[in-house]
Design a protein around this ligand. Structure first.
Ligand SMILES: NC(=O)c1ccc[n+]([C@@H]2O[C@H](COP(=O)([O-])OP(=O)(O)OC[C@H]3O[C@@H](n4cnc5c(N)ncnc54)[C@H](OP(=O)(O)O)[C@@H]3O)[C@@H](O)[C@H]2O)c1
Length: 212
């Protein structure tokens, strides 16, 4: 797959690196310096390169949107025409000082994003775990029991793409239903952040659903 990374910070850098190592063609974009993108691409190996958001979007089979909520409009504008594109978003609709969700209950960041880019297909995924856990999950991907990762969206084809990307990182994808379920998954992330960052066992935290 060709995967464009829109926002190459904690989430985008790690997920892009893992997908490049898993064999996908990855374009890292949107950081404050081009040097950072170049370095990331070098370290991720021969399947990765650095580019602009428009480069990342061109010919992408999937785009990861991984920016602070306040940067969403800017990166989308730089990405250009996203008609028909699958956008996997992990971006939470946090307010300016990151103290609360700016959108919740009656909508979600994922739904608000889908309204901004109505021709694209938005899937919400990856936002429910801290970035610190991704490399550990990837390293453990051959183990029998995998951690879960919920995702939701309205377009079946795009959800298939997202599920494949989730599996490639080493998670067991859990289809939570339509995009409006992001109203539940986004607040759940705040619980995960509480456990990851306010506990004393470190932020390398994932979750697993068990059925009985
Ligand atoms: N971190 C987590 O564990 C986590 C977990 C769940 C959900 N999320 C959500 O995922 C999204 C991304 O989070 P993150 O932690 O990856 O954020 P981050 O580390 O701050 O990354 C954001 C990226 O945007 C770039 N950027 C910011 N302002 C820019 C500007 N003016 N021009 C160009 N590039 C700019 C940053 O550049 P630089 O690289 O130069 O700083 C960075 O590459 C957020 O919506 C967050 O709520 C994060």
């Amino acid at each position: 797959m060709r995967v464009g990374i829109l926002g190459s910070g904690l989430m985008g850098a790690k997920l892009g690196t893992i997908w490049a190592r898993a064999g996908h063609d990855v374009v890292f974009s949107y950081a404050r310096t081009d040097q950072k993108l170049q370095k990331l691409a070098r370290e991720a190996g021969r399947n990765a390169k650095a580019g602009t958001p428009a480069d990342a979007a061109r010919e992408a089979d999937a785009l990861l949107l991984a920016v602070h909520w306040s940067r969403v409009d800017d990166v989308l504008k730089q990405a250009g025409d996203l008609s028909g594109k699958t956008i996997v978003t992990c971006s939470l609709p946090m307010n300016a000082d990151d103290s609360a969700l700016a959108i919740a209950h009656t909508s979600s960041g994922a739904e608000a994003l889908a309204k901004k880019v109505p021709q694209a297909r938005v899937v919400s995924a990856f936002g429910t775990v801290p970035s610190e856990v991704f490399f550990d999950v990837f390293a453990a991907r051959r183990k029998k029991v995998r951690p879960s990762l919920v995702y939701c969206g309205d377009d079946a084809k795009s959800k298939k793409v997202a599920a494949e990307l989730i599996r490639d990182v080493g998670f067991d994808p859990v289809d939570a239903g339509p995009l409006r379920i992001a109203r539940y998954t986004e607040p759940f992330t705040l619980l995960m952040a509480q456990l990851a960052y306010e506990g004393d066992e470190g932020p390398e935290l994932a979750y697993r659903f068990e059925r009985y």
